[in-house]
Ligand binder design. Structure first.
Ligand code: COA
Length: 185
């Protein structure tokens, strides 16, 4: 049984992720993203390799919560922005409902600020916006957002996704079209 206490948060640079942590991260992601289980059985990464992760560990050191952060230079209205791209926010079923995602997001953005990144950026389904809003994330509204697909072609991000940002070094998100200059991490 999961205890009521929050998880221990552990910040780990990507190059320092151990084989044991890799297996636990993939277990967590397989459980939380069942439609993508074939991918996460093979790799802990989505489309882009992160620079660090925050792991939420239970008393036995098992990964019950996870967030990864990708560093990417994007353009907004032609202006470059160094982004902390949030990847794979996940809390295992036994630990849901305790706002652990908030702790993971806050720790991830504190590290992004320490690393002098301009803004946090994430894509989520509309029904999850409230999770991010309660942690200070802001909806960008309808905004043309381009990315590269798996074939290297420039396309709009999937329609099901909304784009949210978190102010770090840059407080006011610039106006204009967004180009991720790569895949949607
Ligand atoms: C998103 C997630 C990390 C949040 O975990 P958590 O910290 O335990 O969050 P909480 O359960 O405390 O709060 C989440 C809120 O969103 C709601 N929610 C979560 N998933 C939802 C979904 N798929 N559809 C609608 N609402 C959802 C919860 O009901 C809750 O609402 P409430 O506060 O009004 O009760 C967790 O639900 C998860 O791992 N989901 C699967 C993976 C995922 O979708 N990740 C996000 C990718 S953008």
């Amino acid at each position: 049984m999961a205890s009521e206490s929050a998880l221990d948060l552990c910040l780990v640079a990507e190059e320092a992720v151990s084989d044991e942590q890799d297996a636990m991260i993939r277990d967590c992601l397989v459980e939380c993203f069942p439609d993508d289980r074939q991918i996460f059985r093979r790799t802990r990464n989505w489309h882009t390799e992160p620079i660090y992760r925050v792991l939420g560990l239970d008393g036995e050191g098992v990964v019950q919560g996870h967030i990864a952060v990708v560093e990417q230079t994007i353009t907004v209205g032609g202006e470059s922005l160094a982004v902390a791209g949030v990847q794979s926010v996940a809390v295992r079923l036994g630990y849901r409902g305790r706002r652990i995602a908030d702790d993971l997001l806050k720790a991830a953005m504190a590290e992004a600020k320490r690393r002098d990144l301009d803004v946090g950026l994430l894509f989520c389904r509309e029904e999850l916006m409230k999770v991010y809003e309660r942690c200070g994330w802001l909806w960008l509204g309808p905004r043309l957002t381009l990315m590269l697909d798996e074939h290297g072609s420039e396309v709009e991000i999937p329609e099901k996704n909304v784009v949210m940002y978190y102010p770090l070094g840059v407080v006011e998100f610039p106006t204009g079209d967004i180009n991720l200059c790569g895949r949607d991490w």
